[in-house]
Design a protein around this ligand. Structure first.
Ligand code: DC
Length: 234
């Protein structure tokens, strides 16, 4: 009989570290649910802009997020996001949303609302959740907590290829600016750049995607869980 893992895996990491791809692959291989918490911030941003909310009005944006009917998918093979009955799956990946989402993600009242919704989903167990505060705030008691990192140059090259199909000097410069600015903005509310106690770091700078997924799966099966580490007093 093959073993099954039914716990909670939380994965953090900066833009372009490959955390989404790794998280989705780990969920698929282990037959777990998958939660992309960043997609929730993006969905609030897309829906609020659609409804003409001024994202710099913190109270209005928070009130909007609190009443937003958000369908957050947990099937790794179907990541259709619905906000107030509207399919926003494509919209949440647009440059417009990428450029405006920090205003939503740095709104503490919006964070409180989305974190509560994320925790309700995670309470069902058997899930891989991914996003910048998942190992520290959303699911600090996850069975396995991973931080996926890569040197800035590697992250920028990957994100550039993802966004533009080619990696030339102009697209590199543009993406560098976007990534550096966004990391700086996001760092004001969440420290996602360094591993906290009990979080296993995977530096993917010199790893292929397949090697990264294998390393993550190995850690899921063999790394001491957060609970075991606490029992040992780590
Ligand atoms: O991972 P992403 O690029 O899809 O995230 C979108 C935005 O939301 C980005 O500004 C980071 C932020 N975010 C966050 O603050 N906390 C999370 N758990 C996930 C994403």
């Amino acid at each position: 009989m093959s073993e099954t893992f039914t716990g909670v895996v939380a994965i953090d990491g900066p833009s372009g570290s490959g955390k989404s791809t790794v998280a989705k692959a780990v969920a698929t291989r282990l037959g777990l649910r998958y939660l992309d918490t960043g997609a929730m911030y993006r969905a609030v941003c897309a829906a609020a802009m659609y409804d003409g909310i001024d994202l710099h009005d913190e109270a209005a944006t928070a009130a909007y997020a609190q009443q937003l009917e958000l369908f957050t998918p947990t099937d790794p093979a179907d990541q259709t996001v619905i906000a107030n009955g509207r399919d926003v799956t494509a919209e949440i990946r647009t440059t417009r949303v990428s450029e405006n989402v920090s205003a939503v993600a740095t709104n503490l009242a919006v964070r409180a609302e989305l974190i509560a919704r994320q925790q309700a989903i995670v309470a069902g167990g058997a899930i891989v959740l991914e996003g910048r505060d998942t190992t520290t705030v959303v699911a600090p008691y996850a069975d396995v907590r991973l931080l996926i990192t890569a040197d800035p140059e590697a992250r920028i090259a990957r994100r550039t290829a993802e966004l533009h199909d080619t990696v030339d000097q102009e697209t590199l410069t543009m993406t560098t600016a976007q990534i550096v600015v966004r990391d700086e903005k996001d760092s004001t509310v969440v420290d996602f750049q360094s591993a906290s106690d009990g979080v296993h770091e995977i530096d993917t700078t010199n790893l292929t995607l397949e090697q990264t997924i294998d390393t993550a799966l190995h850690l899921v099966w063999h790394a001491p869980t957060s609970k075991q580490q606490q029992q040992r007093g780590n």
